[in-house]
Design a protein. Structure first.
Ligand code: TZP
Ligand code: MG
Length: 213
């Protein structure tokens, strides 16, 4: 599944802050059908048992679409259910600690908030990074936007060595600006999950990213 990472332009998140738990499969399905090349389950403040239950609903949708399925925050759950990967933040330990739980084959991604953190993640050996928030966003409260000017800097440092997914406050109506700043892969949560038609919203983002030079 690591090799599939390079195909992903849109990183879709089934974020339980924006998803009714009855709808997780439908949301995951709409995201992959719209062209999301990687899917994460993000469920803040939810019990481990519930995260496992939700993950087991999303996993078959991703398997059928041959899209990597990533669990946020919980390496042990990712390992237990045989997810394709796990995503961790700056305060969630080292890559070595995560690898000790999930092994060598699993995708491990890291949130980064500055070009220096991005470079550290690359040197540490993470498989991909999230970079942001580019803009302040209610989905990640209390973090300042780092601004689109940092995108060029991070792309300059990381190049194509690992995928860089820009994140935070990205919407269909500022995507052109974000692409213009150098982003080629993005994570979009609220603008897609809050859209009337999640499939169409994802598809339009993927189309726009696909056309970027
Ligand atoms: N990490 C940095 S910003 C962010 C996360 C999880 C939230 C992105 O959500 P949105 O709604 O696309 O701004
Ligand atoms: Mg985390």
């Amino acid at each position: 599944m690591k090799s599939k990472l390079n195909d992903a332009l849109l990183y879709g998140i089934v974020d339980m802050g924006y998803t009714n738990s009855e709808n997780v499969e439908a949301v995951a399905h709409a995201l992959v059908k719209g062209g999301a090349g990687i899917i994460q389950l993000r469920a803040k403040g939810v019990s481990a048992a519930e995260i496992e239950r939700l993950a087991l609903l999303i996993q078959p949708v991703c398997k059928a679409a041959d899209v990597p399925f990533i669990v946020n925050d919980f390496p042990a759950i990712a390992k237990k259910i045989g997810a394709d990967g796990v995503h961790i933040g700056q305060d969630d330990g080292t890559l070595e600690q995560v690898r000790a739980v999930v092994g060598e084959e699993m995708i491990v991604g890291r949130s980064t908030h500055s070009p220096d953190q991005a470079e550290d993640a690359l040197l540490d050996g993470f498989d991909y990074i999230g970079f942001g928030p580019l803009f302040p966003t209610p989905t990640k409260k209390g973090r300042p936007g780092i601004g689109v000017d940092e995108v060029k800097r991070v792309q300059g440092t990381i190049g194509t060595r690992i995928p860089v997914f820009c994140i935070g406050g990205i919407k269909r109506d500022n995507l052109e600006e974000v692409i213009g700043a150098g982003a080629r892969r993005v994570v979009i949560v609220s603008d897609i999950l809050g859209a009337e038609d999640i499939f169409a919203a994802a598809q339009s983002v993927v189309d726009q990213l696909g056309k970027a030079e």
